[in-house]
Design a protein around this ligand. Sequence first.
Ligand code: GRF
Length: 198
Amino acid sequence: MTSQQNQFNKTAVDFSAPALNWAVFISGHGSNLQAMIDAHPAINIRLVVSNKAEAQGVARAERAGIPTLILPQDIDWSEVTSSLRAQQVDRIFLAGFMKIIPADFIRDWTEKMLNLHPSLLPNYKGLRAIERSYEDGAAMGVTIHWVTADLDAGPILLQREVFEAGVAKRMDLSTVKTKIHQVENEMVVEAVRRCQGC
Ligand code: GRF
């Protein structure tokens, strides 16, 4: 092997490696979960975790035959970890999970937990990111980042601008949301594919 080939192999995705086992955490609609389910077998989801039993994403998981874990109001995070270990989960994807996760749990999953956020981080961290960036006439987009103890602030894996500043404001909000969600659905699949070797 030449040194050039060797260098390339260091950064290339290793498609021969066994697929990682993912858990997807949701709270609602689950369109991003569905995008990952549809990418099976390239994406291997072992567990769907929801803090809401009635979330549409839970029904999507059940239809796909994926085990689900419904979290109680008062969450025992060590039990969540036990369930993840029992399903041999390697990585977690927070795809619309609307619960605060304690620092201990985040530490246990350092560099193993991704979050999807509908803004161009570091801009518009936190709730209602789409609405706030739209109202401001700001550039809008989607970010997927590694989760750290600081809210929406971990290292960025993927980021895509969907609307330049001033563009979205000329459209109605529901059209803007639809487009952002469409890009999210593509990006979650791309992120998991990229993480095959990470
Ligand atoms: C997405 O817009 C995500 O960015 C936000 O919550 C939404 C979840 O959508 N954090 P879905 O439940 O995957 O359809």
